[in-house]
Design a protein around this ligand. Structure first.
Ligand code: 5GP
Length: 119
């Protein structure tokens, strides 16, 4: 799938649309989800044009892959989610209902999260 440079997260990265920023470094941006599904619901996105995890891990430079995953860990630390526990999730493609075609990892926390998948 070709990357759509006007997807909503590309526009957030360019500063065209505001976000409630949680963390930023040279590799990544993290911000609160506009429609939270848990008391804490943060999205972490890489700085680069990647549609999905498959696209990112195949195409991104190793430094960016490492920096992005380190950012996910740092955000969980900074939000004090490590001890109580949290969940990360990345939807990809139609079966997973991926809405925004820019790789993002959801971080959920702040309460017991229940079963992994709704059946
Ligand atoms: P997906 O279904 O693609 O994994 O999740 C996309 C997520 O992006 C959804 O949880 C949705 O609430 C969130 N989202 C969509 N548009 C915006 C936006 O403009 N700002 C923020 N902060 N989150 C958004």
């Amino acid at each position: 799938m070709a990357y759509d440079t006007n997807n909503i997260f590309a526009r957030i990265l360019r500063g065209e649309i505001p976000c409630k920023k949680v963390y930023e470094d040279e590799f990544s941006l993290a911000f609160h989800d506009i429609n939270p599904q848990a008391p804490t619901h943060v999205l972490v996105i890489p700085k680069g044009e990647y549609v999905s995890m498959a696209d990112f891990t195949a195409e991104a430079p190793a430094e960016l892959v490492a920096g992005f995953f380190r950012a996910v860990g740092k955000v969980a630390e900074e939000l004090e989610l490590v001890e109580p526990g949290y969940r990360i999730l990345a939807n990809a493609g139609t079966n997973a209902h991926q809405e925004v075609p820019h790789l993002h990892i959801h971080i959920f926390g702040g309460k017991p999260l229940g079963p992994m998948l709704v059946r």
